[in-house]
Design a protein around this ligand. Structure first.
Ligand SMILES: [Ca+2]
Length: 47
């Protein structure tokens, strides 16, 4: 998954327009920095 796709949905909560489970990597019903980090780690993209 593209980090930018997740980052573009930053702050969305379950039920809000634009929220999708596939962007909520850790399944805590919000798209936040943890999901961005998890996505980045999936890519092996470490800073
Ligand atoms: Ca999440």
């Amino acid at each position: 998954m593209d980090v930018q796709l997740v980052a573009g949905r930053f702050g969305l909560l379950f039920g809000q327009t634009g929220y999708a489970k596939r962007y909520d990597v850790n399944n805590d019903n919000s798209v936040d920095v943890l999901d961005i980090i998890a996505t980045a780690n999936d890519y092996g993209w470490h800073q």
